[in-house]
Ligand binder design. Structure first.
Ligand SMILES: Cc1cc2nc3c(=O)[nH]c(=O)nc-3n(C[C@H](O)[C@H](O)[C@H](O)COP(=O)(O)OP(=O)(O)OC[C@H]3O[C@@H](n4cnc5c(N)ncnc54)[C@H](O)[C@@H]3O)c2cc1C
Length: 287
């Protein structure tokens, strides 16, 4: 491994300036759980690493009425999972972060790192797409917000520019009366990444009919998959067992899953239908 210069800025402004000056020769390191593997496998060979570890300003969880949860990018996955604020305002979010790998990984891995890595086989991204979350990104050119629906572009590829740092995750409060759940199906060891992840957010009218449904599958393609036509089947209707099966099957039929060590495309299609059905039933049962 070549010698790598390590920079440890103490403020975000400094980190952003260092990244701009490095002219694409530097990589950011947060918890290092993904980056160190990439270095060891010689997938990347940056001249410089810019550590975010000293940026305390990126390590916070708060709830802002009208905005929702605001989670700093350097907050660990474990801090997010265990946070009483997150559990109170968005239990499904705590549930999804709690499904990442194992406790050791969750203690080191950061929220910003998980989203920036953009590994297709991750848990939080599909939950956050279903929750219509967004992130803030900072560069020397300024700050912008990116909806999660636009963040993931391809395998390991996001809308972040090479001089941008993901600084914050913003998760709007769920609509009153809505229910949400995240299910993870693992095909190998209990600590593995998902073979299929399924997030559901279900908003109902006062008469029990469906106002809005968001059903998002993760780990089945390069980016989280949401099928609007399948979601639309629920609008204005009561979710009976037959309708749930129809939605789940329409959903599975519309996705062309990938094959990898965790499961073939055929196998994933069966699992998508099962998980979609289970997630919908679980969300309804939580009412
Ligand atoms: C054994 C193991 C099991 C795992 N299991 C799961 C699982 O089940 N589910 C799951 O979802 N994930 C899983 N992961 C992935 C894990 O969640 C990620 O590795 C982790 O979240 C990355 O965060 P980090 O802080 O360690 O990022 P780092 O490794 O420090 O960085 C990852 C990438 O993101 C970039 N980056 C980091 N922070 C920022 C930022 N703020 N702005 C811009 N770019 C940034 C880095 O340059 C790098 O390219 C697993 C990882 C391991 C090692």
């Amino acid at each position: 491994m070549r010698n790598i210069k390590l920079l440890q800025p103490a403020e975000l402004d400094e980190a952003v300036a260092l990244l701009a000056a490095a002219n694409e020769e530097a990589k950011i390191i947060a918890g290092g759980t993904a980056l160190v593997i990439m270095l060891r496998n010689r997938l990347i060979a940056p001249a410089t690493l810019i550590s975010l570890g000293r940026l305390q300003e990126l390590r916070s969880i708060r709830h802002e009425p009208g905005t929702g949860l605001r989670i700093g990018a350097l907050t660990t996955v474990r801090e997010t999972e265990m946070s009483p604020v997150v559990r109170e305002h968005n239990p499904m979010l705590a549930q999804a972060f709690g499904k990442v790998g194992n406790v050791r990984v969750r203690h080191a891995a950061t929220v910003g790192g998980n989203l920036s890595e953009a590994d297709y086989a991750s848990d939080p991204p599909c939950a956050l797409v279903a929750l219509r979350a967004r992130v803030k990104a900072r560069s020397a050119r300024g700050e912008r917000e990116i909806p999660l629906t636009d963040l993931f572009k391809n395998f390991y590829e996001t809308a972040l520019a090479s001089d941008e740092i993901l600084t914050e995750l913003i998760v709007p409060d769920p609509a009153p009366g809505s229910r949400a759940t995240y299910l993870k199906f693992i095909s190998r060891s209990s600590e593995d990444r998902p073979c299929v992840g399924m997030a559901v957010v279900l908003e109902s009218e006062s008469d029990g009919t469906c106002k809005n449904l968001r059903l998002v599958a993760g780990a089945v393609a390069e980016i989280p998959q949401e099928i609007a036509a399948a979601e639309a089947l629920a609008h204005g209707k009561r979710l009976t067992d037959d309708l749930i099966t129809e939605i789940a099957e329409a959903y599975a039929a519309s996705i062309e899953p990938l094959s990898d060590l965790r499961g073939s495309a055929w196998y994933r299609k069966q699992i998508i239908a099962v998980l979609a059905r289970r997630a919908l039933k679980q969300a309804l049962a939580d009412s």
